[in-house]
Design a binder for this molecule. Structure first.
Ligand code: PBG
Length: 336
Protein backbone atom coordinates (compact mmCIF):
# COMPACT_ATOMS: atom_id res chain seq x y z
CA UNK A 1 0.00 0.00 0.00
CA UNK A 2 1.20 3.48 -0.83
CA UNK A 3 0.41 6.12 1.78
CA UNK A 4 -2.05 8.79 0.74
CA UNK A 5 -0.36 12.11 0.11
CA UNK A 6 -1.75 15.16 1.84
CA UNK A 7 -3.79 17.36 -0.47
CA UNK A 8 -1.60 20.14 -1.89
CA UNK A 9 -2.34 23.49 -0.34
CA UNK A 10 -2.83 26.37 -2.71
CA UNK A 11 -2.09 29.70 -1.10
CA UNK A 12 -3.60 32.80 -2.60
CA UNK A 13 -5.99 33.08 -5.51
CA UNK A 14 -6.61 35.00 -8.66
CA UNK A 15 -4.99 37.32 -9.66
CA UNK A 16 -2.01 35.97 -7.64
CA UNK A 17 -2.53 32.48 -9.02
CA UNK A 18 -2.53 32.37 -12.81
CA UNK A 19 -2.03 28.74 -13.99
CA UNK A 20 -1.92 30.01 -17.58
CA UNK A 21 1.56 31.48 -16.90
CA UNK A 22 3.06 28.01 -17.30
CA UNK A 23 1.04 27.22 -20.42
CA UNK A 24 2.03 30.14 -22.56
CA UNK A 25 5.07 28.70 -24.35
CA UNK A 26 5.88 25.22 -25.62
CA UNK A 27 9.27 24.79 -23.88
CA UNK A 28 7.71 25.82 -20.57
CA UNK A 29 4.86 23.36 -21.09
CA UNK A 30 7.45 20.68 -21.74
CA UNK A 31 9.25 21.52 -18.49
CA UNK A 32 6.17 21.07 -16.33
CA UNK A 33 4.68 18.10 -18.19
CA UNK A 34 3.89 15.29 -15.74
CA UNK A 35 3.48 12.37 -18.13
CA UNK A 36 5.77 11.64 -21.06
CA UNK A 37 5.25 8.75 -23.47
CA UNK A 38 8.39 6.88 -24.50
CA UNK A 39 8.73 4.11 -27.01
CA UNK A 40 10.05 1.95 -24.15
CA UNK A 41 6.50 1.92 -22.72
CA UNK A 42 5.08 -0.02 -25.66
CA UNK A 43 4.26 -3.59 -26.56
CA UNK A 44 3.21 -4.25 -30.17
CA UNK A 45 0.64 -7.04 -30.75
CA UNK A 46 1.01 -9.20 -33.88
CA UNK A 47 -1.16 -11.91 -35.48
CA UNK A 48 0.53 -14.88 -37.12
CA UNK A 49 -1.26 -17.06 -39.68
CA UNK A 50 -0.33 -20.15 -41.73
CA UNK A 51 1.15 -19.81 -45.21
CA UNK A 52 3.96 -17.97 -46.91
CA UNK A 53 4.26 -14.35 -47.97
CA UNK A 54 0.90 -13.41 -46.43
CA UNK A 55 0.28 -9.84 -45.28
CA UNK A 56 -3.46 -9.34 -45.20
CA UNK A 57 -5.07 -6.32 -43.60
CA UNK A 58 -7.75 -7.02 -40.99
CA UNK A 59 -10.79 -5.11 -42.21
CA UNK A 60 -11.99 -4.05 -38.74
CA UNK A 61 -8.47 -2.93 -37.76
CA UNK A 62 -6.90 -0.76 -40.47
CA UNK A 63 -3.11 -0.90 -40.25
CA UNK A 64 -3.12 -4.33 -38.53
CA UNK A 65 -2.34 -7.48 -40.53
CA UNK A 66 -2.51 -11.24 -40.58
CA UNK A 67 1.13 -12.16 -41.15
CA UNK A 68 2.62 -15.50 -42.13
CA UNK A 69 5.72 -16.64 -40.24
CA UNK A 70 8.17 -15.12 -42.74
CA UNK A 71 6.28 -11.81 -42.74
CA UNK A 72 5.90 -11.61 -38.97
CA UNK A 73 9.65 -11.98 -38.61
CA UNK A 74 10.09 -8.97 -40.91
CA UNK A 75 7.45 -6.91 -39.10
CA UNK A 76 8.98 -7.75 -35.72
CA UNK A 77 12.44 -6.78 -36.94
CA UNK A 78 11.04 -3.46 -38.20
CA UNK A 79 9.39 -2.88 -34.81
CA UNK A 80 12.70 -3.61 -33.08
CA UNK A 81 14.41 -1.12 -35.42
CA UNK A 82 11.75 1.42 -34.36
CA UNK A 83 12.93 0.94 -30.77
CA UNK A 84 9.86 -0.99 -29.60
CA UNK A 85 11.06 -3.33 -26.83
CA UNK A 86 8.49 -6.13 -27.13
CA UNK A 87 5.90 -7.84 -29.31
CA UNK A 88 2.85 -9.82 -28.15
CA UNK A 89 1.98 -12.82 -30.33
CA UNK A 90 -1.44 -14.21 -31.22
CA UNK A 91 -1.85 -17.23 -33.46
CA UNK A 92 -4.38 -18.36 -36.05
CA UNK A 93 -3.90 -22.12 -36.25
CA UNK A 94 -4.47 -24.14 -39.40
CA UNK A 95 -6.60 -26.55 -37.41
CA UNK A 96 -8.96 -26.10 -34.46
CA UNK A 97 -10.33 -28.83 -32.21
CA UNK A 98 -12.28 -29.30 -28.96
CA UNK A 99 -9.18 -29.07 -26.77
CA UNK A 100 -7.12 -26.49 -28.68
CA UNK A 101 -4.25 -28.88 -29.49
CA UNK A 102 -2.32 -26.46 -31.68
CA UNK A 103 -1.88 -24.09 -28.73
CA UNK A 104 0.58 -26.54 -27.17
CA UNK A 105 1.98 -28.25 -30.29
CA UNK A 106 5.76 -27.96 -30.70
CA UNK A 107 5.24 -26.83 -34.28
CA UNK A 108 2.18 -24.71 -33.42
CA UNK A 109 1.86 -21.43 -35.28
CA UNK A 110 2.96 -19.24 -32.33
CA UNK A 111 5.90 -21.56 -31.59
CA UNK A 112 7.02 -21.26 -35.23
CA UNK A 113 6.65 -17.48 -35.18
CA UNK A 114 8.58 -17.26 -31.91
CA UNK A 115 11.55 -19.14 -33.40
CA UNK A 116 11.50 -17.05 -36.58
CA UNK A 117 11.35 -13.75 -34.68
CA UNK A 118 14.19 -14.84 -32.37
CA UNK A 119 16.34 -15.32 -35.47
CA UNK A 120 15.30 -12.09 -37.17
CA UNK A 121 15.37 -9.85 -34.08
CA UNK A 122 17.35 -11.50 -31.27
CA UNK A 123 17.13 -8.49 -28.96
CA UNK A 124 13.37 -8.17 -29.09
CA UNK A 125 11.29 -9.41 -26.13
CA UNK A 126 8.73 -11.96 -27.30
CA UNK A 127 5.58 -12.15 -25.23
CA UNK A 128 3.21 -14.97 -26.09
CA UNK A 129 -0.49 -14.58 -25.39
CA UNK A 130 -1.60 -17.77 -23.71
CA UNK A 131 -5.21 -18.70 -24.33
CA UNK A 132 -7.13 -21.51 -25.96
CA UNK A 133 -9.88 -19.48 -27.66
CA UNK A 134 -8.02 -19.12 -30.96
CA UNK A 135 -7.38 -22.88 -31.03
CA UNK A 136 -10.68 -24.40 -29.90
CA UNK A 137 -13.46 -25.25 -32.37
CA UNK A 138 -16.02 -23.76 -29.94
CA UNK A 139 -14.04 -20.53 -29.46
CA UNK A 140 -14.03 -20.61 -25.65
CA UNK A 141 -10.91 -20.01 -23.56
CA UNK A 142 -11.03 -23.43 -21.91
CA UNK A 143 -12.30 -26.96 -22.41
CA UNK A 144 -16.05 -27.57 -22.41
CA UNK A 145 -17.57 -30.07 -20.05
CA UNK A 146 -21.32 -30.37 -19.45
CA UNK A 147 -21.94 -27.33 -21.65
CA UNK A 148 -19.69 -24.97 -19.72
CA UNK A 149 -16.01 -24.01 -19.54
CA UNK A 150 -14.43 -26.35 -17.01
CA UNK A 151 -11.90 -24.37 -14.97
CA UNK A 152 -9.78 -27.13 -13.44
CA UNK A 153 -9.73 -29.31 -16.56
CA UNK A 154 -8.34 -26.32 -18.49
CA UNK A 155 -5.38 -25.63 -16.16
CA UNK A 156 -3.14 -28.53 -17.33
CA UNK A 157 -3.60 -27.46 -20.97
CA UNK A 158 -2.66 -23.88 -20.16
CA UNK A 159 0.39 -25.09 -18.22
CA UNK A 160 1.40 -27.26 -21.15
CA UNK A 161 1.01 -24.35 -23.57
CA UNK A 162 3.19 -22.14 -21.37
CA UNK A 163 6.00 -24.72 -21.34
CA UNK A 164 5.72 -25.20 -25.10
CA UNK A 165 5.90 -21.43 -25.68
CA UNK A 166 8.90 -21.06 -23.35
CA UNK A 167 10.63 -23.97 -25.11
CA UNK A 168 10.13 -22.17 -28.45
CA UNK A 169 11.91 -19.13 -26.99
CA UNK A 170 9.17 -16.93 -25.51
CA UNK A 171 10.63 -14.39 -23.06
CA UNK A 172 7.40 -13.67 -21.21
CA UNK A 173 4.21 -15.70 -20.88
CA UNK A 174 0.91 -13.80 -20.87
CA UNK A 175 -2.14 -15.86 -19.83
CA UNK A 176 -5.38 -14.18 -20.98
CA UNK A 177 -7.88 -16.96 -20.29
CA UNK A 178 -9.16 -15.83 -16.85
CA UNK A 179 -9.35 -19.34 -15.37
CA UNK A 180 -8.97 -19.34 -11.58
CA UNK A 181 -5.59 -20.61 -10.44
CA UNK A 182 -3.94 -20.49 -13.85
CA UNK A 183 -1.02 -18.29 -12.85
CA UNK A 184 -0.07 -20.76 -10.12
CA UNK A 185 -0.44 -23.73 -12.45
CA UNK A 186 1.65 -22.06 -15.15
CA UNK A 187 4.32 -20.93 -12.67
CA UNK A 188 4.67 -24.45 -11.30
CA UNK A 189 4.90 -26.02 -14.78
CA UNK A 190 7.49 -23.48 -15.97
CA UNK A 191 9.60 -24.05 -12.84
CA UNK A 192 9.44 -27.84 -13.19
CA UNK A 193 10.56 -27.69 -16.83
CA UNK A 194 13.58 -25.45 -16.34
CA UNK A 195 11.95 -22.08 -17.02
CA UNK A 196 12.07 -20.66 -13.51
CA UNK A 197 13.49 -17.43 -14.98
CA UNK A 198 10.64 -16.89 -17.45
CA UNK A 199 8.33 -14.19 -16.10
CA UNK A 200 4.53 -14.15 -16.27
CA UNK A 201 2.52 -11.13 -17.35
CA UNK A 202 -0.98 -11.98 -16.17
CA UNK A 203 -4.13 -10.54 -17.70
CA UNK A 204 -5.35 -10.11 -14.12
CA UNK A 205 -8.28 -7.72 -14.40
CA UNK A 206 -9.70 -8.69 -17.77
CA UNK A 207 -13.26 -7.59 -18.36
CA UNK A 208 -15.95 -9.18 -20.53
CA UNK A 209 -15.83 -6.24 -22.94
CA UNK A 210 -17.65 -5.38 -26.16
CA UNK A 211 -14.45 -3.62 -27.18
CA UNK A 212 -12.78 -6.91 -28.15
CA UNK A 213 -15.08 -7.03 -31.20
CA UNK A 214 -12.49 -6.25 -33.91
CA UNK A 215 -9.97 -8.63 -32.29
CA UNK A 216 -12.38 -11.53 -32.66
CA UNK A 217 -12.18 -11.00 -36.42
CA UNK A 218 -8.40 -10.62 -36.18
CA UNK A 219 -7.92 -13.80 -34.14
CA UNK A 220 -10.97 -15.68 -35.41
CA UNK A 221 -11.79 -16.39 -31.78
CA UNK A 222 -15.46 -15.55 -31.30
CA UNK A 223 -17.24 -18.03 -29.02
CA UNK A 224 -19.55 -20.27 -31.06
CA UNK A 225 -22.15 -20.35 -28.26
CA UNK A 226 -22.80 -18.12 -25.28
CA UNK A 227 -20.27 -15.47 -24.26
CA UNK A 228 -17.31 -15.01 -21.93
CA UNK A 229 -19.16 -13.55 -18.95
CA UNK A 230 -18.74 -16.82 -17.04
CA UNK A 231 -14.99 -16.24 -16.77
CA UNK A 232 -14.15 -12.65 -17.69
CA UNK A 233 -15.01 -9.86 -15.25
CA UNK A 234 -18.20 -7.85 -15.01
CA UNK A 235 -17.47 -4.30 -16.31
CA UNK A 236 -19.37 -2.92 -13.32
CA UNK A 237 -16.80 -4.17 -10.79
CA UNK A 238 -13.67 -2.39 -9.58
CA UNK A 239 -13.06 -3.87 -6.09
CA UNK A 240 -13.13 -7.30 -7.67
CA UNK A 241 -10.24 -6.23 -9.92
CA UNK A 242 -8.07 -5.70 -6.84
CA UNK A 243 -9.04 -9.17 -5.62
CA UNK A 244 -8.15 -10.74 -8.98
CA UNK A 245 -4.81 -8.93 -9.07
CA UNK A 246 -4.00 -9.94 -5.47
CA UNK A 247 -4.63 -13.59 -6.35
CA UNK A 248 -2.39 -13.42 -9.44
CA UNK A 249 0.39 -11.75 -7.47
CA UNK A 250 0.12 -14.41 -4.75
CA UNK A 251 0.32 -17.13 -7.44
CA UNK A 252 3.48 -15.60 -8.92
CA UNK A 253 2.55 -12.98 -11.52
CA UNK A 254 5.51 -10.69 -12.26
CA UNK A 255 3.55 -8.10 -14.24
CA UNK A 256 -0.18 -7.48 -13.77
CA UNK A 257 -2.57 -6.25 -16.44
CA UNK A 258 -5.76 -4.27 -16.70
CA UNK A 259 -7.76 -4.76 -19.90
CA UNK A 260 -9.29 -2.86 -21.67
CA UNK A 261 -7.39 0.31 -20.82
CA UNK A 262 -9.32 3.44 -21.78
CA UNK A 263 -12.65 2.51 -20.25
CA UNK A 264 -10.92 1.25 -17.09
CA UNK A 265 -8.55 4.09 -16.21
CA UNK A 266 -10.00 4.10 -12.68
CA UNK A 267 -9.05 0.43 -12.30
CA UNK A 268 -5.50 1.14 -13.54
CA UNK A 269 -5.23 3.95 -10.99
CA UNK A 270 -6.49 1.79 -8.12
CA UNK A 271 -4.13 -1.03 -9.12
CA UNK A 272 -1.25 1.48 -9.17
CA UNK A 273 -2.14 2.68 -5.67
CA UNK A 274 -2.49 -0.82 -4.20
CA UNK A 275 0.29 -2.85 -5.82
CA UNK A 276 4.00 -2.44 -6.41
CA UNK A 277 4.24 -4.72 -9.46
CA UNK A 278 4.64 -3.20 -12.93
CA UNK A 279 1.22 -2.63 -14.50
CA UNK A 280 0.44 -3.28 -18.14
CA UNK A 281 -2.69 -1.84 -19.75
CA UNK A 282 -4.15 -3.22 -22.97
CA UNK A 283 -5.41 -0.55 -25.36
CA UNK A 284 -7.70 -3.09 -27.03
CA UNK A 285 -8.88 -3.53 -30.59
CA UNK A 286 -12.17 -1.62 -30.20
CA UNK A 287 -10.38 1.32 -28.62
CA UNK A 288 -7.97 1.33 -31.57
CA UNK A 289 -10.60 0.88 -34.26
CA UNK A 290 -12.83 3.67 -32.89
CA UNK A 291 -10.04 6.20 -33.32
CA UNK A 292 -9.11 4.78 -36.74
CA UNK A 293 -12.71 4.90 -37.97
CA UNK A 294 -13.33 8.43 -36.72
CA UNK A 295 -10.03 9.61 -38.23
CA UNK A 296 -10.92 8.02 -41.58
CA UNK A 297 -14.17 9.97 -41.55
CA UNK A 298 -12.31 13.18 -40.81
CA UNK A 299 -13.98 13.42 -37.40
CA UNK A 300 -10.83 13.16 -35.29
CA UNK A 301 -7.16 13.93 -35.80
CA UNK A 302 -5.66 10.44 -35.52
CA UNK A 303 -2.26 11.39 -34.19
CA UNK A 304 -3.62 13.81 -31.58
CA UNK A 305 -6.43 11.50 -30.47
CA UNK A 306 -4.18 8.45 -30.21
CA UNK A 307 -1.42 10.26 -28.32
CA UNK A 308 -3.97 11.80 -25.93
CA UNK A 309 -5.54 8.39 -25.27
CA UNK A 310 -2.17 6.70 -24.72
CA UNK A 311 -0.96 9.52 -22.47
CA UNK A 312 -4.14 9.10 -20.40
CA UNK A 313 -3.36 5.41 -19.93
CA UNK A 314 0.12 6.22 -18.68
CA UNK A 315 -1.15 9.07 -16.48
CA UNK A 316 -3.61 6.65 -14.88
CA UNK A 317 -0.62 4.58 -13.74
CA UNK A 318 0.33 2.08 -16.45
CA UNK A 319 4.01 1.26 -16.90
CA UNK A 320 3.50 -0.79 -20.05
CA UNK A 321 1.01 -0.01 -22.82
CA UNK A 322 -0.01 -2.74 -25.23
CA UNK A 323 -1.19 -0.96 -28.37
CA UNK A 324 -1.73 -1.51 -32.08
CA UNK A 325 -0.55 2.10 -32.42
CA UNK A 326 2.98 1.18 -31.22
CA UNK A 327 4.71 1.63 -34.58
CA UNK A 328 2.74 4.82 -35.26
CA UNK A 329 3.86 6.11 -31.87
CA UNK A 330 7.47 5.36 -32.79
CA UNK A 331 7.03 7.48 -35.92
CA UNK A 332 5.18 10.29 -34.14
CA UNK A 333 7.84 10.49 -31.41
CA UNK A 334 10.55 10.55 -34.10
CA UNK A 335 8.77 13.33 -35.95
CA UNK A 336 8.49 15.23 -32.65
C1 PBG B 1 -7.92 -14.02 -25.88
C2 PBG B 1 -7.74 -12.55 -26.00
C3 PBG B 1 -8.67 -11.56 -26.39
C4 PBG B 1 -7.97 -10.35 -26.46
C5 PBG B 1 -6.67 -10.62 -26.06
N1 PBG B 1 -6.55 -11.96 -25.77
C6 PBG B 1 -10.09 -11.69 -26.81
C7 PBG B 1 -11.10 -12.15 -25.86
O1 PBG B 1 -10.86 -12.35 -24.68
O2 PBG B 1 -12.20 -12.36 -26.34
C8 PBG B 1 -8.53 -9.03 -26.88
C9 PBG B 1 -7.56 -8.07 -27.49
C10 PBG B 1 -8.14 -6.92 -28.21
O3 PBG B 1 -9.38 -6.73 -28.29
O4 PBG B 1 -7.35 -6.13 -28.76
N2 PBG B 1 -8.68 -14.45 -24.83
Amino acid sequence: MIAKLAAPVTIGRFPTQRPRRLRDRAPLRRMVRETILAIDDFVYPLFVCPGQGIREEISAMPGVFHLSVDQIAEEAAAAAADGIPAVLLFGLPSHKDEVGSEAYADDGIVQQATRAIKQAAPGLIIITDLCLCEYTSHGHCGVIQHGTVDNDATLPLLARTAVSQAAAGADLIAPSDMMDGRVGAIRQALDEHGYAETPIMAYSAKYASAFYGPFREAADSAPQFGDRRGYQMDPANAREALHEIALDVAEGADIIMVKPALLYLDVIRQARDHFTQPIAAYNVSGEYSMIKAAARNGWLNERQAALEALTAIKRAGADIIISYFARDVARWLREG
